[in-house]
Design a protein around this ligand. Structure first.
Ligand code: ASP
Length: 345
């Protein structure tokens, strides 16, 4: 029988990884990824079928928005049946937001979607981009008994494979730019790629793969800080059409107990604005009711965001708000793990 040659689609969106230095201007510019096998000849050695598609226009990931996520999701949808796995090359700045968004936008995923990028452009001598790209391709192609080893939306960076919706960019300096403090790596790449099969999510339903391409943008992230004024909070909560607030509270979900603060939040909840409580800490989650400073939040109907990252919380809320659910159903769904993004308490 003829051996199946793994096929990978690289979706290049922009970011440092795809940059080379223009010798005339000395500035970094995106290079033509259709020639990727010439820039990184090592990937030919896999013997895989590797195609690439570039987002038009290529973007620094600071310019990523909902419509970019829809473009990426559509590319994957259109090519889903033709490839064994997907590698999305993306700027690191918002990669965790994009990987989180995509994790909610895809349903019944049975193939790997591996985001990666780099801190140094692929065209520079000490680049981390080559290793990241090469290993991401290998992971996207990896199978066990005919099925993908990692059928999840992930970020691969500096020897670690993470569930995408558990990550946060934490360093602008180190090659190891991402952390996933509330969930273990799905794989570690050393001499061999060591998969931690017990923490990888495998599909339980046999439904057909599909993508959702509506996200609601009437969501904001509000990080508490000592000194937040009544005026600022009041005007934020009065934004027309506001549907939800990711409230980044202190420690295990704590917030000021001053009356005006609690009254403004209560009024927002009475107006069916979702207030989703997550912690400002990188590690651990919230525990509303543990301290007096969170008991009132619990009583008034602030939603428990458990150990969601900011990136996962905001994109999850954008996604759930477009699912045609009632206010109470939205609150309920937020407290359940949809794609392994949170630990349920
Ligand atoms: N500014 C770049 C981006 O996020 C940084 C990077 O790729 O690491 O697109």
């Amino acid at each position: 029988m003829k051996e199946h040659k793994p096929s990978i689609l690289i979706v290049y969106t922009g970011g440092t990884i795809g940059m080379i230095r223009d010798h005339e201007t000395n500035s970094l510019q995106p290079f033509d990824f259709s020639g990727i096998e010439n820039k990184v000849p090592e990937i030919k050695k896999f013997g895989y079928l590797i195609d690439s598609i570039s987002l038009k226009p290529l973007i620094d990931s600071s310019n990523i928005n909902i419509s970019s996520w829809v473009k990426i999701a559509n590319i994957i949808q259109e090519n889903y049946n033709d490839y064994d796995g997907f590698v999305v090359l993306h700027g690191t700045d918002t990669m965790s937001y994009s990987a989180s968004a995509l994790s909610f936008m895809v349903e019944n995923l049975e193939k790997p979607i591996i985001f990666t990028g780099s801190q140094l452009p692929i065209g520079t001598l000490r680049t981390d981009g080559k290793e990241n790209l090469i290993t991401a391709i290998e992971i996207a192609a990896a199978k066990l008994n005919g099925s993908a080893i990692v059928p999840e939306v992930c970020i691969y960076f500096e020897n670690k494979l993470f569930r995408g919706n558990r990550t946060t960019k934490h360093s602008t300096r180190n090659f190891s730019a991402f952390i996933s403090d509330n969930y273990p790596p799905l794989a570690l790449a050393g001499i061999e790629i060591d998969y931690n099969l017990s923490v990888i999510h495998y599909p339980t339903s046999t439904g057909k793969f599909k993508t959702h391409n509506k996200l609601n943008e009437n969501v904001i992230i509000l990080k508490l800080f000592p000194g937040l004024s009544k005026e600022a909070l009041s005007s934020i909560l009065s934004i027309p059409n506001l549907k939800g607030v990711i409230l980044e509270t202190y420690g295990s979900g704590n917030a000021p107990t001053i009356k005006w603060f609690l009254t403004l939040l209560k009024q927002a909840i009475d107006n069916e604005i979702i207030i989703l409580n997550i912690t400002q800490c990188d590690s651990g989650g919230i525990n509303m009711g543990k301290y007096e400073t969170s008991r009132e939040l619990l009583k008034m109907g602030v939603v428990n965001g458990a150990d969601l990252t900011t990136e996962a919380a905001s994109t999850k809320l954008m996604f759930i708000l477009e699912q045609g659910l009632s206010y109470h159903e939205i609150r309920d769904q937020l407290q359940h793990s949809l794609r392994g993004e949170m630990s349920e308490t």
